[in-house]
Ligand binder design. Structure first.
Ligand code: LIP
Length: 261
């Protein structure tokens, strides 16, 4: 029997997202550590892409075309479909591309599906560790953020963009924030930074200049776990996510660190 309608979506979308993320993760893991093929640059000479990113995206695109032919798609390596169902998949086939290419086992596949109210389901799959973080809107989570309630004891992650001028500005903000927190981490995979807040391995994370595919799944995973997520206005826009006990303090410290003077 073919299920149809909204209830069927609620049952199947998270499973399709997980299958897509796990299948792409398996492809990437199989090639991990080999010489890169099809290496090219994107926005700057440090913003890399290879056949691994492209093939993982093609695998997910084909899976979605079979399972969800009427849905739209937005993916990092250029796949874009309008769709007619009102749903859109948001995919980063390989988040942490630089780590992947250097043989650093810290990268992930991020798959989300959204409607006009936001993300419905999200999956961040860490193939190296065999860990899969999932969330469905309103579904809660077995994950829990940390109980940290003192910013000075908080372990905060961030990330840097691929543009040198922006990186210098981001480093200035870090230099002003680092004295107010326990320490700073820059692990290189935004979706895992978010997933690790959801499970308490990090207390907070912020970054500006990310793309929707970096954030879509991870932000839902944080909020469903009981963590807090705030979109940062400004240019470029950003995100700040954290354990609930330090959220307001982190937003305040960040605003001060980003201020002039
Ligand atoms: C990257 C990240 C990294 C972040 C960069 C970039 P990519 O994504 O997840 O942690 O700091 O801004 O977006 O290029 O590896 O998919």
């Amino acid at each position: 029997m073919r299920r149809s309608g909204r209830r069927a979506d609620a049952l199947t979308l998270p499973h399709i997202a997980e299958r897509a993320a796990r299948s792409a993760g398996a492809l990437l893991l199989e090639r991990f550590g080999r010489d890169a093929e099809g290496l090219a640059t994107k926005s700057t000479k440090t913003d890399l892409v290879s056949d691994a990113d492209r093939d993982a995206e093609a695998l997910i695109r084909d899976l979605l075309a079979r399972e969800r032919p009427d849905d739209g798609l937005l993916a990092e390596e250029g796949s874009a479909l309008e769709g007619s169902s009102g749903l859109r998949w948001v995919v980063d086939p390989l988040d942490g591309t630089v780590n992947y290419l250097y043989g650093i086992p810290h990268w992930a596949v991020s798959v989300a599906v959204e409607d006009d109210e936001g993300v419905i389901a999200g999956v961040v799959h860490d193939a190296c560790r065999g860990e899969t973080f999932t969330a469905s809107r309103g579904g809660g989570s077995w994950l829990r953020p940390s109980v940290c309630d003192d910013l000075s004891l908080a372990l905060i992650a961030t990330g840097f963009g691929y543009d040198a001028a922006r990186r210098i500005d981001q480093a200035r903000v870090v230099s002003r924030l680092i004295g107010s927190v326990r320490d700073i981490r820059r692990a290189g995979t935004a979706s895992l930074d978010l997933a690790w807040i959801a499970c308490g391995r990090l207390d907070g994370y912020y970054e500006r200049g990310l793309n929707h595919w970096d954030l879509a799944a991870g932000c839902l995973i944080v909020s469903e776990s009981g963590g807090r997520v705030t979109r940062l206005a400004g240019e470029p826009p950003g995100v700040c996510a954290s354990a609930p006990g330090i959220h307001n303090a982190l937003l305040g410290a960040l605003a001060t660190a980003e201020g002039d003077g």
